[in-house]
Design a protein. Structure first.
Length: 391
């Protein structure tokens, strides 16, 4: 919350005179104006806010307490959450996590029955992402090849696990630093390769687990430093990977495969809010649910096909099976060997975050057929403790 110079003057007068009334009188302000100015400065300084002096039974009282990135505001004689936020000068840099409104009757001194109200709100400091406006881009439609489609060349983009941890850093703006779970330098290499081969790439496969979605896990508890990061992760995935590749490869067939991490959204909704899993806008009941990955990542705006549900294969060049994968062996090369054990065609898989390749010769009526199982590794951060170890 920004603090005006005039607010600082009122605050300094209050500290000097130790009285809201005296500060207001000295500066020629009403008591309410002075109180609000002092309140804004105290919020900015993370100090416990003032309780507004009570002069009448229906006067407003506020108790505003800030501890780190959390805030609790309790009121007397405020009826609604909106009125509470307005009285406490809550700006866009705070998000309400829960609130409770109470009302009850009491006897006044003259035995008159009066109606009393109280609203209590719990808030968390908003991450910087919510304070940064986003420019809406125009959709990109797949274009036909200008001179005929070239021979097949596929760009396989493995797991990136886009996500963030917001950690305390006293040297950073706002004293917080966003640490990406995805490897931006590795992703930049993919974009450079795409730029070099853009006139030859006929297929692009996003192999899945391009979002980490730690706060959505119904199996593993998430840590506080991953809260309120989902939108920022989706935005960077869209603007920093999906859209640039579509812009460079406007004629390529692009598909996005659901991985086990993307499946967390559907699993969370099924477990915690099943009514929301099929929620659609009132003006178009035939569109995708508003919380579907296709809508959240705006895949239709890029003409990227979503391969779902998790586990469904995509057949590249009608001969190579592409899956996100669910197998993960500890020994290097063991996962590739496991896939080859029952494979009847070549297979490309992700999920394990390791480079692997193994081959097997199949005897067929048409003669020997060499098939391959391969993992292209990952584009996630390899720094210990950044990417959650459990999936």
């Amino acid at each position: 919350m920004s603090v005006k110079p005039s607010d600082l003057a009122v605050y300094e007068a209050y500290k000097r005179l130790d009285s809201v009334r005296a500060a207001a009188k000295a500066l020629g302000l009403s008591r309410m104006t002075a109180w609000r100015a002092i309140q804004r400065v105290k919020v900015a300084k993370n100090e416990r806010a003032l309780i507004l002096p009570n002069s009448t039974p229906d006067a407003i009282e506020l108790d505003d307490e800030i501890i780190g990135d959390t805030r609790k505001i309790t009121s007397k004689n405020i009826k609604t959450l909106d009125d509470l936020l307005s009285a406490a000068n809550v700006g866009d840099d705070w998000i309400v996590t829960r609130f409770k409104a109470n009302t009850w009757q009491a006897l006044a001194k003259d035995s008159e029955v009066i109606q009393l109200h109280q609203v209590t709100a719990h808030l968390e400091r908003a991450n910087d992402f919510w304070l940064t406006p986003i420019t809406v881009e125009e959709p990109i439609r797949r274009k036909p090849w200008a001179t005929g489609q070239p021979d097949g060349l596929a760009l396989i983009v493995p797991d990136t696990q886009h996500g963030f941890r917001v950690v305390e850093d006293l040297t950073a703006p706002g004293m917080r630093r966003w640490v990406p779970m995805h490897d931006r330098k590795a992703i930049d290499c993919v974009l450079k390769i795409c730029e070099m081969l853009k006139n030859r790439i006929t297929h692009v496969v996003f192999l899945g687990d391009h979002l980490d979605l730690a706060p959505w896990s119904t199996r593993w508890p998430s840590t506080p430093d991953t809260k309120q990061t989902t939108n920022a992760a989706m935005r960077e995935l869209y603007a920093g990977l999906l859209r640039p590749i579509r812009e460079m490869c406007p004629s390529a067939e692009c598909v996005y495969m659901i991985g086990n991490h993307e499946a967390r959204i559907a699993d969370f909704l099924a477990a915690k809010a099943p009514e929301a899993s099929t929620l659609r806008t009132a003006d178009s009941l035939e569109e995708e649910p508003v919380l579907s990955l296709k809508r959240l990542l705006a895949l239709d705006s890029l003409d990227i096909e979503l391969i779902e549900p998790y586990g469904k294969p995509y057949w590249l060049f009608d001969s190579i099976k592409v899956i996100h994968g669910s197998k993960a062996k500890n020994q290097g090369g063991a996962t590739a060997a496991e896939y080859l054990r029952s494979a009847t065609s070549s297979v490309i898989y992700g999920h394990i975050h390791r480079l692997e390749m193994a081959q097997k010769l199949l005897e067929t009526p048409d003669g020997p057929n060499l098939i391959t199982a391969a993992s292209p590794g990952c584009l996630t951060s390899l720094n210990q403790g950044i990417v959650p170890a459990r999936a």
